[in-house]
Design a protein. Structure first.
Length: 321
């Protein structure tokens, strides 16, 4: 309120009159104060009737609990950012996971205290998106680049991120492209962008598939897959940093570092500091993604708003992370 008063050039009491719809100031002053308050995303706590934002993770797997995601650094950073941002905005946050979207889930969103729902849609299928399109609620879908989505969304600029990787690779290089499993929408978009951007580079390209979201040590079959496909002076492009880290550990353990010209990942997860070899990665600003998602929920736009968050290419010096 003090900041609003300073910007408007009025007293704090005048700000209180405007925000609480009380007499004592002119209409012009009231309009000016309300405009500034809106620009600053200020909502008086007493004005909030719906006080809870639901943050929903759709897993499509009964075994994946909230604890599972909180052990994955990229998702952990998203969850932590939502906790902080919702608190600073004066809202409660309800963290939930479901393995399948159904009518019971949608009914819960109709509770009187629910302001809106942010869905972490990393693992949403096309059918899930089409089902959500039929739901009339204040919904923002985060981290799912589906073009069928008719709700507001915040997504990563996968195409620009992949282009920044391809730009670092010289023509005619030997490239090992590692697909992540399961084949989530982000990975599919990255793969399409890679193949499109690489058309003029004439790479000697080999493609393999590996598990992206596993806490266990690499399996014998995964190790053998890398050993069999890793040629001399190979550039490796992994669809995310979990994969890149797994590959780095295999390469170091099997003493194949001399075969790797460069190793690229995507998402810039915190645990890259544990990599035995440098990983060059595309960094995603999680804080910006969360800010955008919460802002879209609180604004309650009458038409869907789709936000794409840009990425940054990060040179992979493991000693700097």
């Amino acid at each position: 309120m003090e900041k609003i008063a300073k910007i408007a050039g009025v007293s704090k009491a005048a700000v209180s009159f405007a925000l609480n719809d009380k007499p004592g100031i002119s209409q012009a002053t009231r309009n000016q104060i309300l405009k500034i308050a809106e620009e600053l995303n200020y909502v008086p706590r007493r004005k909030i009737k719906k006080d809870t934002i639901v943050f929903l993770l759709v897993t499509n797997d009964h075994a994946q609990s909230l604890d599972y995601f909180q052990r994955l650094p990229f998702f952990q950073s998203i969850i932590d950012a939502f906790k902080t941002k919702s608190y600073l905005k004066g809202y409660n946050l309800s963290l939930q996971t479901v393995s399948k979207l159904d009518q019971d889930t949608f009914s819960n969103w109709q509770q009187t205290n629910i302001y809106g729902v942010v869905i972490l849609g990393t693992f949403l299928t096309s059918d899930d998106v089409l089902l959500l399109n039929k739901v009339h609620a204040n919904i923002v879908i985060l981290d799912n680049p589906s073009i069928e989505n008719s709700h507001s969304s915040v997504v990563i600029n996968n195409k620009e991120g992949v282009r920044s990787i391809v730009h670092q690779i010289s023509p005619k290089e030997t490239v090992l492209y590692v697909h992540g499993l399961p084949a989530i929408p982000n990975f599919q978009e990255r793969n399409t962008a890679f193949k499109y951007s690489a058309q003029t580079k004439d790479f000697n390209l080999t493609e393999i598939k590996m598990d992206s979201f596993s806490f266990s040590e690499t399996t014998t079959s995964e190790q053998q897959l890398i050993i069999n496909t890793l040629q001399n002076n190979t550039t490796i492009v992994a669809e995310n940093d979990y994969l890149a880290l797994k590959i780095a550990q295999i390469v170091a353990e099997k003493k194949l570092t001399h075969n790797v010209k460069a190793l690229f990942g995507f998402d810039n997860i915190k645990t890259l500091s544990q990599s035995p070899i440098p990983i060059k990665t595309v960094s995603v600003n999680v804080s910006v993604m969360v800010d955008m998602a919460i802002d879209l929920i609180l604004k309650e736009y009458k038409v869907p708003v789709h936000v794409t968050v840009d990425t940054n290419f990060v040179e992979g010096d493991k000693n700097e992370k």
